[in-house]
Structure formats: C-alpha cells, structure tokens
Unconditional design. Sequence first.
Length: 135
Amino acid sequence: MNEVQTILNELKQSAKTNVVTDTWAGELAIGYHIRQGDVQVERVEDSFAHGDIMSDSRQQLAPGDSVGSRHIVEGDVTVFAPKSTDPIDGPVFKVGSNGAELTHPEHRNFMFKEGTYRCTFQQDFLAEEKRRLQD
C-alpha cells in the first residue's frame, strides 16, 4: 500500500469515528458571522427587527427533525421568529450576560457573548423556487 492510500484509509477511519468536541468562544463584532453547517449566524445591532418569541423550548434554530437540523442554542438566550418571510432568513436570538452556546452533533460548537444575532440559511441554488439548503 502506498503512502497516499494509507493516508486515505486513515481519513476514512477518522471520519467514521470523529466526534466534534471543539468549541469556539471568540468575540463576534457587529457585522461579522460564523457558520455551522448550513446555518450562518451574524452579530447584529440590538435594535435588529424580529418577530415574536419562539415557543420551542429546545430553541432549535433550523426547522426539521433530522440530525442535520439540530442547531440548538442554549443558555442565557431568547429566540425570536424572523420578521421576514424570506425562506433564507432564520430566527434572531438575544444572548444575556451569562452567554449562550450553539451546539450541533456534527459541527463545531460556538459560545456567544451578550448581544443580538440573526440566523440565515444556506440557499439551495439548484431549486426552482428560493429555498434553504438542508444539512
């Protein structure tokens, strides 16, 4: 077996057993964003328009029941429905002084400091109508 094949086999084995335990806890300035799979989170002004408080006690940011939809925000946080009806726009969440964590079983976790954040979803450009791409 050559070196390339050995590395390829190691990567395949790692992909089967890899569990994401890494957490990012940096500071996000207004206008900057992070991405967790198909969900992008941008720091916005505290006055950013949003809808009503979402009633889902799990505070799942992406709709759906699949593992790929399990973008969960937990901690000192309130999640609001988006004001827009655009399918790419997701919830807005406000983090209190004790911070919050965005978790997902397949992606890096993120810690957020006090502030307001908006979610957007990756667009499926192959679809005929505008819709979000799903993990």
